[in-house]
Design a binder for this molecule. Structure first.
Ligand SMILES: Nc1ncnc2c1ncn2[C@@H]1O[C@H](COP(=O)(O)OP(=O)(O)OP(=O)(O)O)[C@@H](O)[C@H]1O
Length: 299
């Protein structure tokens, strides 16, 4: 177990990060040089095991408005981390502090037609969304929209699916289905949106669109957490990055600060430096033996 309040330094970096005590809480500089905003959610010493094997180890993070990308090798715990934020995976130790109904928009909506209790706190796109295949795209979003008093047509339009609103989910392409999933996750305008690999399996245009939607959402003040293996897109769209290795946070913070700390100029370089201890290209090509592998256990 690592100290929850210092950056894990097994890799010998001894660096500070957003982990734990909020040393970077205020006054940190984002990519554009502006001061970092107040956290929307925090994880404090979060640990998760499966069958006694630790897959998330004492993770402490502050999640702020903007796009936060979670990167790391297969099995490093990205989905588990996102699941704890979305409250679909419970930690065995530690605490997660999420937005509450009374946070920002709850108060703002107090006098409106939408009851504060209907304000959605966290939107979540799992890797596989269990949509009903026989529903149309519009019926699908209408179901979610009714729960939070939002407009399904505006949500469809926001992800570019207006023309497909009468098509059944079962007849949508994988990319369109993913866009519908993003619309479902952002409907009701929650202050925290968690997207688990929104771009995986999509063609380059659709991948770009998924990240652009995440960034557009974040531009309105939402904290959007995205896991991805697409380091180029992370480079272009993320404000902050969290690098996970075997369930441990090895680097976290605003992308600009991390580039300076690790003396790199890309997320790919950061990934290599934080995980392999070198930013040379050959290290990134080596087969990754570092993932935690757990088999035969479920929730
Ligand atoms: N429900 C589960 N039951 C048993 N083991 C699980 C379960 N969910 C995750 N694991 C294990 O926890 C570890 C971390 O998995 P997780 O899906 O969080 O990693 P990941 O970084 O998202 O991986 P990938 O990049 O391949 O999607 C893996 O070893 C995985 O097998």
């Amino acid at each position: 177990m690592t100290d929850a309040h210092t950056t894990p330094d097994e890799a010998g970096h001894g660096r500070q990060s957003e982990a734990g005590n909020g040393r970077h809480a205020e006054g940190d500089r984002g990519r554009d040089g502006t001061t970092e905003p107040t956290p929307v959610a925090t994880l404090d010493g979060v640990t998760r095991t499966y069958g006694g094997i630790v897959v998330l180890d004492d993770v402490s993070l502050s999640i702020r408005p903007g796009v936060t990308a979670v990167v790391g090798p297969n099995g490093s715990g990205k989905s588990t981390l996102l699941g704890t934020l979305a409250e679909v995976t419970l930690p065995v130790d530690g605490a997660v502090d999420r937005p509450t109904e009374t946070d920002d928009r709850g108060a703002e909506l107090g006098d409106s037609a939408v009851e504060p209790s209907l304000v959605r706190r966290v939107g979540y796109l799992p890797q596989r969304v269990p949509f009903r295949e026989s529903f149309t795209a519009r019926e699908t979003l209408a179901f979610y929209a009714r729960l939070v008093g939002d407009d399904p047509d505006a949500a469809l339009e926001s992800v570019g699916l207006k023309d497909a609103s009468d098509r059944r989910v079962g007849a949508l392409s994988g990319g369109m289905r993913r866009l519908l999933g993003i619309a479902q996750a952002t409907i009701g305008d929650p202050p925290l949106v968690v997207l688990d690999e929104p771009a995986s399996g999509l063609d380059p245009g659709m991948r770009e669109r998924a990240f652009r939607l995440a960034a557009e959402n974040a531009a309105g003040g939402t904290a959007v957490v995205v896991s991805s293996h697409d380091l180029d897109l992370v480079d272009r769209y993320a404000d902050r990055a969290v690098v996970l290795d075997r369930g441990t946070v090895v680097a976290a913070g605003p992308i600009g600060s991390l580039y300076a700390e690790y003396d790199v100029d890309s997320v790919e370089g950061l990934y290599r430096a934080a995980i392999h201890g070198t930013d040379s290209e050959s290290a990134g090509d080596a087969p990754d033996e570092r993932a935690v592998h757990v088999t035969g256990v479920s929730e």
